[in-house]
Ligand binder design. Structure first.
Ligand SMILES: [Zn+2]
Length: 106
C-alpha cells in the first residue's frame, strides 16, 4: 500500500483535467489556454523582460502572439499598467523587436 513514500510517485495519477490554467492577454483580454502566450516579467530590479520559459521571478503579464496586441501593449500604457512599472524606450524597442522576429501581422 504505502510502502513507497518517495515523492517520485506523486506525479502519477494526479492529472486534473478539470482545471486548465488560463492566461489572459493584457491587450485583447482574450482568455485562452491553448494559444501560446508570451510572459513578460517585471524583475525585482524594475526592469521589464520577456520570459519565454515563464520561470522568472517577478510580476508577470501575458501577451498573446498577435502583432496588434504587442503594438498596443508596448506602445501604449497597457503593459505598464499591467506590470505597474514605467517602461523606458530601450525596453519598448526591444519588445517591438521581439515581436518583429516572432510574430507576423495578421
Ligand atoms: Zn491579445
Amino acid at each position: 500500500m504505502s510502502e513507497n513514500t518517495g515523492a517520485t510517485q506523486r506525479k502519477r495519477g494526479q492529472r486534473r483535467p478539470k482545471h486548465v490554467p488560463q492566461r489572459t492577454c493584457v491587450a485583447c483580454r482574450e482568455k485562452e489556454a491553448k494559444r501560446a502566450f508570451v510572459r513578460i516579467v517585471r524583475t525585482p530590479e524594475k526592469t521589464v523582460e520577456i520570459d519565454p520559459t515563464g520561470k522568472k521571478n517577478g510580476r508577470g503579464a501575458y501577451l498573446c502572439t498577435r502583432r496588434s496586441c504587442w503594438d498596443k501593449a508596448v506602445t501604449g500604457k497597457v503593459l505598464e499598467r499591467a506590470l505597474n512599472v514605467t517602461i523606458d524606450q530601450a525596453t519598448r524597442d526591444s519588445l517591438h523587436r521581439y515581436a518583429d522576429h516572432h510574430f507576423r501581422d495578421e
